[in-house]
Ligand binder design. Structure first.
Ligand SMILES: [Zn+2]
Length: 378
């Protein structure tokens, strides 16, 4: 499985300036290449390289490999759409590959600039222990709010995937209880919610005060809150994956949209809806921690998981007495509502095993060439 991770570069002023200059020059070159490509209506990488290689090197002072990458970036973008001329942003991504970017030790990368290679510290965060040989293909250097990040594609092993799991651990994700398993184990969002409330009150008090200090304080709080939520999600994901691995079971999650399909980017709608974002993040963490542990993950249709009786299959809104209680109007089965939902999620995989396995995204087309993005160290 391919996963794109976002790694922060800890640049000093000197590094920052030369990387930015390199980025600008790279995109200038892309715009030049794009104009020539458009004029000649030639978009193939090899053909463009033949016409432009020496020109670009001389005009923009790019290294041989960087020139090849600039031609590649332009050619790729015309592959998607060649009906109009493409223009590249001044601070659009610089494309790197193994020849011009390499990890050095545990926490630095060597990266080529207009003035030769520089060594820059990076924050791998969660992926610190990852074998750097797993970094694949090209990497984009991006510039967001004055900070440089590398989008690295890593290849997580899936050959050590669990064979013939003994059933499925269903996980229901929610706002009150962040996650509940079909075993009945509850991972409460209590702590998280409380802390959110605390920060919200603080924020309210600070918001009317428009001084520089208050703004700074506000910024610090939202960062803190964000990191806290992230930690909670990491911690829950880790525990759930451990339970599944220890009991030799696969994991089933609801396909809430966005978790499986969003690919590179997270839509703004998803980002701004706190609830959905929390699901998305937790789902992502479960997915990639499971992948690292060789535990298969399956996604099921979320329809009626909360209204269906896990004992007799009867579906009704009326089965749900309130937020936390489930009582079946047909058979009388009563249970915590989230546990009932988690059981349904788990059943849906067991019933449709072959289909579910196919849709697990671990081997089939759903993942092929569509790396998932996790935000690390930001
Ligand atoms: Zn029932």
């Amino acid at each position: 499985m391919l996963l794109t991770i976002k790694v922060k570069l800890l640049t000093n002023q000197e590094h920052h300036d030369i990387l930015l200059k390199t980025m600008e020059r790279f995109n200038d070159a892309c715009n030049y290449i794009s104009a020539v490509a458009w004029e000649n209506q030639r978009f193939g990488k090899i053909g463009l390289q033949k016409i432009l290689y020496y020109d670009v090197r001389e005009l923009f002072g790019l290294s041989a490999q960087m020139t090849v990458r600039a031609v590649g970036k332009v050619s790729e973008s015309y592959k998607i759409d060649d009906r109009k001329q493409h223009h590249f942003r001044h601070h659009g991504a610089t494309v790197y590959d193994k020849r011009i970017l390499s990890p050095k030790g545990a926490d630095r990368v060597s990266i080529l600039t207009l003035e030769g290679r520089i060594l820059v510290p990076v924050v791998y965060g969660e992926f610190r222990k990852l074998d750097k040989k797993r970094i694949r293909g090209q990497a984009d250097l991006v510039y967001i709010k004055n900070v440089f990040y590398l989008m690295l594609v890593i290849d997580l092993p899936d050959d050590e995937l669990m064979k013939n799991p003994d059933g499925t651990l269903g996980v229901d994700m929610g706002i009150v209880n962040l996650a509940v398993t079909s075993d009945g184990e509850v991972f409460s969002g209590d702590k998280c919610t409380k802390s959110r409330q605390k920060y919200t009150t603080l924020k309210k008090r600070l918001q009317p005060v428009k001084t520089w200090n208050a703004k700074k304080h506000l910024k610090r709080i939202s960062g803190k809150e964000r990191r806290f939520k992230k930690d909670v999600n990491h911690c829950i994901a880790k525990q759930i994956v451990k339970v599944a691995k220890d009991t030799h079971r696969m994991i089933a999650l609801e396909d809430l949209g966005g978790i499986r399909k969003s690919g590179h980017t997270v839509s703004k709608g998803l980002r701004t809806s706190i609830g959905k974002w929390a699901f998305y993040e937790l789902g992502m963490y479960i997915q990639y921690k499971a992948q690292m542990a060789g535990v298969p993950v399956s996604f099921v249709d979320p329809k009626y998981t909360s209204q269906q009786c896990s004992e007799c299959g009867f579906i009704s809104k009326g089965n749900r007495k309130n937020q936390s209680e489930f009582v079946c109007l047909e058979c009388g089965h009563s249970e915590n509502a989230d546990v009932n939902a988690a059981k349904n999620i788990s059943f849906r995989v067991d019933v449709n095993r072959p289909i579910a396995l196919r849709s697990s995204g671990l081997k089939e087309e759903s993942w092929k060439g569509r790396p998932t993005t996790l935000v690390v160290g930001s």
